[in-house]
Design a protein around this ligand. Structure first.
Ligand SMILES: Nc1nc2c(ncn2[C@@H]2O[C@H](COP(=O)(O)OP(=O)(O)OP(=O)(O)O)[C@@H](O)[C@H]2O)c(=O)[nH]1
Length: 317
């Protein structure tokens, strides 16, 4: 029934009035790339971290020509606990021409197999590569890079926890932009001696179209309010309907799937008791649905996989 309703009349393409997606993403991150280039000589391996829910969208390939083109490069698909395992081999195949070494991690779990695999693979690749003037040195220097909020700091902490038994070296935040580009050298492993040269290098996401921008926003690579919670929630609703993922109907206690976000948000306000109390010119109080709060509830549900495991790039594989 739900499928039929969705199929007959729902949107087949996502349109937003706000076409200027690039405006959402700040341009200041280019500075980070320059700093990374300065450190290039002493780096033995580049660890690129990206969000496994968007393996094709938003990766910034510029660094390949400036940094990783000449260094061993491992691509980490982090937050892989939020996608279904069945997609992993398709992701590896899809990314093969770009990077031969793809590892899936859940950085919230230092014991996950991907975290375990990373240093042995890095060591192997470094030993096969030209280390310039550093052949005699016995330490390995890594650089972790990626767009905001993909879990770079969490990965560093997971690796340190695993190999050194130590806790946090870098702050982790639920909001993008926590890491500042202060240069430091963090010990990651004693034997063999692994260092991470900088705090994580932040790359500007590569936005090719509106949908890419909205997927990046859903994955929290940019602060929600810069894009607008309602636009992000609307895109989520569109995506869920298009991919026949109707778990949201039960989760938000709706009676059926809806295509119009302005029909969904007031119902969520009702069910979650999200109202704004406003005073009228007559000094009376009225209650208005708090649509932004409802949109935040939808976005949070996606981010916590409460609507099921969702690979936003599914149709690009
Ligand atoms: N489910 C899940 N959440 C993760 C994972 N890795 C990180 N997170 C969460 O993602 C958010 C961002 O993590 P950070 O480690 O701060 O990301 P970052 O890339 O260092 O962020 P910036 O400093 O803004 O560039 C935090 O809320 C983490 O708890 C993961 O593998 N799975």
């Amino acid at each position: 029934m739900a499928q039929k309703i969705a199929k007959d009349s729902f949107r087949t393409a996502f349109r937003t009035l706000d076409k200027d997606v690039l405006r959402w993403f700040p341009g200041h991150m280019g500075k980070g790339l320059k700093q990374m280039q300065h450190k290039l000589r002493s780096i033995d391996c580049v660890i690129e971290v990206h969000d496994a829910r968007i393996p094709c969208s938003g990766r910034n390939n510029d660094f390949k020509y400036t940094i990783s083109g000449v260094k061993p490069h491992i691509l980490i698909m982090n937050k892989s606990d939020l996608i279904n395992d069945e997609f992993k081999s398709r992701i590896v195949t899809r990314l093969k021409s770009d990077c031969e070494h793809v590892i899936f991690t859940n950085s919230r779990d230092p014991k996950c197999p991907g975290v375990k695999k990373l240093f042995p693979l890095a060591r192997e690749l470094i030993s096969q590569s030209n280390r310039y003037n550093r052949q005699d040195e016995e330490d390995y220097n890594l650089m972790i890079i990626g767009v905001p909020n993909v879990g770079k700091s969490s990965l560093i902490n997971a690796l340190r926890m695993r190999h050194l038994g130590k806790g946090k070296a870098t702050p982790v935040g639920a909001h993008p932009g926590i890491t500042r580009s202060v240069l430091q050298r963090i010990k990651m492993c004693e034997s063999p001696l692994f260092y991470m040269l900088d705090t994580p290098g932040i790359l500007t996401p590569n936005i090719t179209d509106t949908e890419t921008g909205l997927k990046l926003a859903l994955c929290a690579t940019i602060q929600d309010h810069l894009v607008g919670e309602t636009i992000i929630a609307d895109y989520l609703l569109f995506w869920l309907n298009k991919h026949k993922r109707f778990e949201y109907v039960d989760y938000f206690k709706l009676d059926r799937p809806y295509d119009d976000i302005l029909q969904v948000l007031p119902r969520i306000c009702q069910n979650y008791n999200k109202f704004l109390k406003l005073r009228t010119p007559m000094n009376e109080y009225v209650y208005k649905p708090n649509l932004d709060a409802a949109a935040q509830i939808m976005i949070k549900a996606f981010r916590e996989a409460a609507l099921g495991k969702i690979l936003l790039d599914e149709s690009l594989l």
